[in-house]
Write a protein that binds this ligand. Structure first.
Ligand code: SF4
Length: 495
């Protein structure tokens, strides 16, 4: 039974971060190492704020956790100090709570009843509780590898090793299938490896979980582009089912803006991937912010990742441009987990470290030098309006004035447009939807029989928690397809 008055006694508290001047000198995670006893006391206090609501909005529904995480249940177990049982209940719905605990923008917290009332002290720190339970699970062996009791003799190929693919692979391996994950990159993890900077999640966290998958029996093949290195015919011959978890990495470009073709103007991933590779020991990054005036265009998660990366690379200055206004003109919608109308302002740890954010501005043109390299950006003030008829957002200039700011490196972090073109899809006869994604039926099966889809490839660029939820759900669909029945959970359904 939860403590119904805990939130009256304790305010929400954030975990301590390392000093800013320390963390910009290395790539380690921004949060401070705290002695285990001190950490546990703080987290048990936060868990004690949970009221165990009759209708826990945090737990599921349109705004809460898509995984259906049993949040009030494990909050109470943590409050009582039962970390082992909390770990068991957490892993019952989430394959990778250490990923969501570090990376998820926490729709559960936005949906928490305590987030609604300003006098309540703020939402329960669910992410922090989740991450600490996961830490306990690894420290104390509460999340051991789970070998399947019986092998089914059925084979499944999972294409892509991001969070959706890994969740599907783990569920299917644990159900007894012979699962092989194919990754076209040289290392496993997809966006978790080459998109997310070390300062948000150190790669050792990913490698630790990959070790568990290997011990359970999942096989991995890296450096292999399915559809090229393994033909579609070979894939069909070797595997009884195929799961496409290929992500949605086609970056949105700014091709209509004069000067886009100048050297030094890059998509965000052209900066983040080499930076992450460099952290893995692959040598200096091809796109390096060192000694440059850096401008990041786009105010979301990926923009913040570029911002923090540029700071650590030793940029002369970092400026992030956002078309939306700065508070108080901007009405923050705390219940929304993701930038929606009228948009959510999120401040990331990277923003505390250096640089500046500019609001209600957009690029009019990129200005280059005689060698064709970008040196400045011409900005103008804008507002974002909602067209009353179409409902679409429109960006409109609010004045004639312009200004120039220095820019030797420009990073476009303005979103993703769907799945990249790939021979595999052509070979399977799969065409993309108008949203640039792979469509499927209610059983997650694409138009190619026995080929399923999940994660960003299906949903479009989204949250890590949705990727895991879709990976778990597609695993059930594949299991049912192969065996006629399944006991695996399906927390979400195709949209
Ligand atoms: Fe606890 Fe908040 Fe969930 Fe209610 S909504 S059960 S207070 S975490």
């Amino acid at each position: 039974m939860a403590d119904p008055k805990g939130f009256l006694r304790y305010d929400r508290a954030e975990p301590p971060k390392r000093p800013r001047h320390d963390r910009v000198r290395d790539w380690r995670e921004v949060y401070a190492d705290v002695e285990p006893e001190e950490r546990d006391d703080a987290v048990r206090t936060q868990a004690a704020r949970c009221m165990d609501c009759g209708v826990p909005f945090c737990h599921s529904g349109t705004a809460g956790c898509p995984l259906g995480n049993l949040i009030p249940e494990w909050n109470d177990l943590v409050r009582r100090g039962d970390w082992e049982r909390a770990a068991e209940r957490l892993h019952a719905t989430n394959n990778f709570p250490e990923f969501t605990g570090k990376l998820c923008p926490a729709p559960c917290e936005s949906a928490c009843v305590l987030a609604i009332s300003p006098s309540s002290g703020g939402a329960v720190s669910i992410k922090r509780v989740e991450e600490t339970i996961a830490d306990h699970a690894w420290e104390s062996g509460y999340a051991p590898p789970q070998q399947a009791a019986v092998a089914t003799g059925r084979t499944v190929a999972v294409v892509g090793s991001g969070p959706a693919g890994l969740a599907a692979a783990q569920q299917l391996t644990r159900a007894g299938h012979d699962v092989t994950v194919f990754e076209r990159d040289d290392r496993l993890g997809g966006l978790l490896r080459y998109g997310i900077p070390e300062f948000k999640m150190e790669k050792r966290v990913l490698d630790r979980r990959l070790g568990q998958l290997r011990r359970e029996g999942t096989s991995f093949v890296t450096g292999c582009e399915v559809g090229v290195d393994v033909t579609v015919g070979e894939l069909r011959e070797r595997f009884d089912a195929v799961v496409l978890a290929v992500g949605a990495l086609r970056g949105r470009d700014d091709s209509g803006t004069p000067g886009r073709d100048l050297d030094g103007v890059h998509l965000a991933m052209e900066h983040l991937v080499p930076a992450n590779r460099s952290c893995e020991g692959d040598g200096p990054p091809e796109v390096d912010a060192h000694g440059k005036h850096v401008v990041v265009i786009g105010g979301g998660d990926t923009g913040a990742d570029c911002y923090g990366t540029a700071t650590r690379q030793g940029a002369l200055s970092v400026t992030q441009l956002d078309r939306y206004p700065q508070p108080p003109e901007r009405r923050d919608d705390e219940r929304s987990p993701w930038p929606t109308w009228p948009y959510v302002l999120r401040t990331y740890p990277a923003h505390e470290e250096a640089g500046q954010r500019r609001f209600a501005v957009a690029v009019r043109r990129f200005v280059g030098d005689d060698e064709g390299h970008v040196r400045e950006i011409e900005l103008h003030p804008v507002e974002v309006r909602r067209d009353p008829e179409t409902g679409r957002r429109e960006v409109a200039a609010t004045g004639e004035e312009t200004e120039r700011i220095p820019a030797d490196l420009v990073l476009l972090a303005i979103g993703f447009e769907g799945v990249e073109p790939m021979p595999l899809l052509d070979g399977l006869g799969i065409t993309l939807s108008g949203r640039g994604t792979v469509s499927c039926g209610q059983d997650w099966q694409t138009r190619a029989p026995g080929v399923f889809v999940c994660g960003d490839a299906h949903r479009g660029a989204s949250l890590v928690v949705w990727a895991i939820a879709e990976g778990r759900s597609v695993a059930r669909a594949v299991d049912e397809h192969l065996m006629g029945t399944s006991d695996l959970p399906a927390p979400v359904h195709p949209t």
